[in-house]
Design a protein around this ligand. Sequence first.
Ligand SMILES: Nc1ncnc2c1ncn2[C@@H]1O[C@H](COP(=O)(O)OP(=O)(O)OP(=O)(O)O)[C@@H](O)[C@H]1O
Ligand SMILES: [Mg+2]
Length: 291
Amino acid sequence: MTRLFAERLHIGYGETTIVGDLNLRIPDGKITALVGANGSGKSTILKTMARIMQPQSGGVFLDGKSIHRLQTKEVAKQLAILPQNPTSPEGLTVSELVSYGRFPHQKGIGSFSPEDKRMVAWALEVTGMGEFAGRPVERMSGGQRQRAWIAMALAQGTDILFLDEPTTFLDMAHQLEVLKLLEKLNREEGRTIVMVVHDLNHASLYAHHLVAIKKGAVIYEGSPAEVIHPEMLREVFGIEADVIADPRTGVPLCFPYGLAGESTHAAQESPPAVPASAAQERVEREMAEVG
Ligand SMILES: Nc1ncnc2c1ncn2[C@@H]1O[C@H](COP(=O)(O)OP(=O)(O)OP(=O)(O)O)[C@@H](O)[C@H]1O
Ligand SMILES: [Mg+2]
């Protein structure tokens, strides 16, 4: 059974339709990565599947119920989302922001249970934000702010976690920290994770299931080995790339070398060979001129 799926989904802004007739199943207990070019509709799909956006038609179903007919709190107990560009009220501290993640679990205003406190402390700790708990969110660096928002989503303690570009703004170590944390939550607690990522190698290394989106439609779907190949990279991203197996894990990694449509021969060919003797002569001549 799939707990969460979209059926015949049409989504748009005003008159414009961005996504037409999308069917998408989110595998339970797996990490799914949505990939695709800028503007292809990844965030739109994620927001609609998380009930933030209303579809034009079709539905999203969670445990057999239409998510858009459920109460906010009901959904928020099952599903947390880190949007792409979240904003917080001015002056809100990091720990206050993370505490917001507990709202679906609270019985009344001001009732913060020991479990709520424990989850907030845990979320601050695993994202490395404990030391900034009392600082206003707007005075954090881009990466610190991103981690504060991730902490808020984690504090919600849901089985399903949606993250729209969780590693954007993060330095390499913090990117890995976030990805490894998500991997751990998935492996040890069976959480279902759906993330939008631009780094295909991260998608390949950390996701079990890849969904490649182009113009609001799923073009390729499957395991990294099934999805990451030169034709997909050409069709979905407009790039020419080499795909090689990661020597450590065997998953496909891609190395772009050109844009699709440009003379790929030029990109692939080695520079014209200069006979060693001619090169040597030139170096000697130049050195003589300099000195
Ligand atoms: N609030 C909005 N009003 C009108 N059009 C919008 C709005 N938000 C997004 N769009 C349009 O919908 C399309 C899909 O946008 P979306 O944000 O889903 O893309 P994305 O795949 O997440 O891109 P990115 O990788 O840049 O985040 C784009 O053409 C975009 O211009
Ligand atoms: Mg987006």
